[in-house]
Design a binder for this molecule. Structure first.
Ligand SMILES: [Zn+2]
Length: 296
């Protein structure tokens, strides 16, 4: 009887090289990636970069310890203006890319996003718990930019391999961790093996198969998969906060002109409508905390 391979979709696997100070992660996004593609049509080259960024955000969310939200953002001149991917500590992903109009041909990332920057922000809610790292997009690929980010912010030698097509976004991360490793050849050896991975292998092989194919002479411990999903964090409350930031005058002007304010979430397409009463309510006096009146 043929062995049936049950593939875990939308999953992240961590793995360890036994007796070596090297760890790794593998991510596969299927349904969550399709959920992003269903909401907006992208040119193939943009789709690839966005898929790679989704896989990268998932890998980062498992590498960096945090509670809250990780945002990966590309910004620059050229055909690709802005790309934002977010991943929560519990694996909820969303993402979008914005391009300048017109046909976009296949080209390296530093030409697609000229003078571009990659910003990684870790936001744990409180203002003082916000950490941000910025690197340039030199090197022609998102993986190259992320490797520089890791070298600078985490000071850990890290290799990333990313790939995406219209069905799957996938990635492999290898990282040397501080330790007492007596084998100085371990990291260079694992790097050379990692460099042999093909896009097809990344996109199509199940975690165990891929690890066996790349590192069959190494002793690798693969941990249970962690699930990931598409989930948008937008809400009526957050939209209200956004409108308050716009200012009462501006909001009233829009209501006067259009009869209401309609805000569509760019990540998930959900629409939030504020009628004139809702809009006025945005700027109604807020009672002081505790609700007590001042006593003289
Ligand atoms: Zn949304």
């Amino acid at each position: 009887m043929a062995t049936q391979i049950v593939r875990v979709r939308d999953a992240l696997h961590r793995f360890l090289f036994e007796h070596l100070d090297v760890r790794g992660e593998l991510v596969h996004l299927d349904d969550s990636w399709k959920a992003v593609l269903e909401r907006r049509a992208y040119a193939p080259v943009l789709r690839r970069v966005l898929g790679e960024a989704m896989a990268a955000a998932a890998l980062l969310s498992a590498t960096i310890k945090f509670q809250g939200l990780l945002t990966l953002q590309l910004q620059g001149q050229g055909p690709l203006r802005l790309l934002v991917v977010q991943c929560t500590h519990d694996g909820q992903l969303r993402g979008l890319a914005r391009a300048n109009g017109g046909a976009i041909e296949e080209q390296p990332l530093d030409r697609l996003c000229v003078d571009g920057t990659l910003t990684i922000t870790i936001d744990s809610g409180a203002e003082q718990d916000r950490h941000q790292g910025i690197v340039s997009l030199e090197g022609g690929s998102l993986a190259a930019a992320l490797e520089r980010y890791f070298a600078r912010s985490e000071q850990l030698p890290t290799r990333l391999y990313l790939s995406a097509d219209q069905h799957t976004a996938a990635g492999l991360l290898l990282q040397q961790v501080p330790g007492l490793d007596a084998d100085p050849d371990a990291w260079p050896r694992i790097e050379i093996l990692g460099d042999t991975v093909t896009e097809t292998e990344l996109l199509t092989l199940e975690a165990r198969q891929l690890i066996r194919r790349l590192f069959h002479q190494e002793d690798v411990r693969l941990f249970a998969a962690r699930e990931l999903c598409f989930q948008c964090s937008c809400s009526a409350q957050r939209t209200a906060t956004l409108l308050r930031a716009l200012g009462q005058e501006e909001v009233q002007a829009i209501v006067a002109e259009q009869g209401q304010i309609s805000v569509t979430c760019e990540f998930c397409g959900k629409q939030y409508v504020f009628d004139p009463v809702d809009a006025a309510g945005l700027f109604a006096a807020v009672p002081p905390p505790g609700g007590s009146t001042t006593r003289h």
